[in-house]
Design a protein around this ligand. Structure first.
Ligand code: SAM
Length: 349
């Protein structure tokens, strides 16, 4: 049965988040043009037709998010879940951080990282200020602001897009009493949180290169109900797990931040740690081939934000890479700015 008041509440919440995201971006761009005109780059501004396309894509995503909650795929409370108090406190920090971001942009400095970092621990491609973000992925300050920054970027739809991995994931582990699920590049643990709520009995593991992001994930996951996921620092290209040790693997918003060879290496590793018949569910940016009407947005995105591998990513043959990694593609769908692929390791592998 449709619950009209709750659906209205969800729509209103999302509308509020969306307006907030748009207002923040407009205000910060206007301020940047005033205070630091040299830091200016093409903006994310779009014409009316593209705006309608984006709005329609977003509406479709939110409708699906609501429907799947109503069907009981995940608890409805998840749609309203966010660390509101924390975000309120952190929002001023986003503004205070802007001058440092503009200064880095003006200097074209994309390797402005904390001095105490031992660079030998990380792949070279990782040691950058992705999205011009202060400290890259390498400090607690960055980890504390990340979720809010992503919410603003996607006008409050980040979790709704992450939740699109749940249907193919849950289908794959149906009937397994305590499935083992790995989330590669788990970041601050938002995807793990969605999985934990949808499949409380699962044994969850998250891995990421950033210790600071894992600390943030630990704090967040500690507050939610369900068994605490195991969190490990490590590289998705060399997963520290035995062959065939997981029933399913997820990987959300990582591939576009990797050079092409690393993309393939991560996919091969995901296959290796899956048991025969196990499933990989990927979610990442849409690409030019599946969303040609969004080409301007995709092109602008890489210009406005420092995303060094995005240009290659948006034209990359990911279906081919998935097949070359030894996985059988089962399906793919696009939801607003995210594409989801699911692919299985052969049962006889
Ligand atoms: C855009 S964030 C996505 C985080 C999270 N999955 C989410 O949905 O918000 C990319 C994450 O990938 C991690 N990362 C980048 N390269 C990695 C690698 N080779 N192995 C493991 N983690 C990596 C970063 O530290 C960061 O947390």
């Amino acid at each position: 049965m449709r619950d009209i008041p709750a659906q209205f509440a969800y729509r209103s919440l999302q509308q509020g988040k969306s307006l907030f995201g748009v207002a923040h971006k407009q205000a910060s761009t206007a301020l940047m043009d005033l205070v630091a005109p040299g830091a200016s780059s093409p903006t994310l501004a779009v014409g009316p037709e593209l705006l309608r396309t984006l709005q329609a894509r977003m509406d479709r995503l939110l409708e699906r998010d609501w429907q799947e909650a109503i069907e009981g795929l995940y608890p409805r409370e998840l749609l309203f879940d966010a660390p509101w108090g924390e975000w309120l406190l952190r929002y001023p920090l986003i503004w205070l951080d802007l001058p440092a971001i503009w200064a880095r942009r003006q200097r074209r400095d994309v390797r402005d990282l904390p001095r105490n970092i031992d660079g030998r621990q990380y792949p070279d491609y990782y040691l950058q200020n992705f999205h011009h973000q202060t400290d890259g992925y390498l400090s607690d300050r960055s980890a504390e602001l990340y979720d809010l920054q992503v919410e603003i970027l996607f006008n409050g739809t980040a979790d709704a897009m992450r939740r699109r991995v749940l249907r193919p994931l849950l289908q794959a582990v149906q009937g397994i009493e305590r499935p083992r699920i790995l989330d590669v590049a788990t970041g601050t643990g938002r995807t793990l949180q969605q999985i934990q709520a949808a499949r409380p009995g699962a044994s969850l593991v998250g891995i990421d290169l950033s210790e600071a992001y894992l600390r943030q994930a630990g704090r967040r996951l500690h507050q939610s109900s369900g068994a605490l996921p195991q969190l490990l620092q490590g590289n998705g290209e060399e997963l520290p797990f035995r062959d065939a040790s997981f029933d399913a693997v997820t990987c959300v918003f990582l591939l576009h931040e990797l050079p092409a060879e690393a993309r393939s290496a991560v996919l091969r590793e995901c296959r290796r740690v899956l048991r025969p018949g196990g499933r990989l569910v990927l979610a990442d940016s849409i690409q030019l081939a599946d969303a040609p009407d969004c080409a301007t947005v995709l092109e602008n995105f890489r210009r406005v934000f420092h995303e060094p591998y995005y240009r290659h990513y948006i034209s990359d043959d990911l279906d081919g890479r998935i097949a070359n990694a030894g996985l059988q593609l089962q399906g793919a769908e696009s939801w607003f700015m995210t594409r989801v692929w699911w692919a299985d390791r052969r049962s006889e592998d």
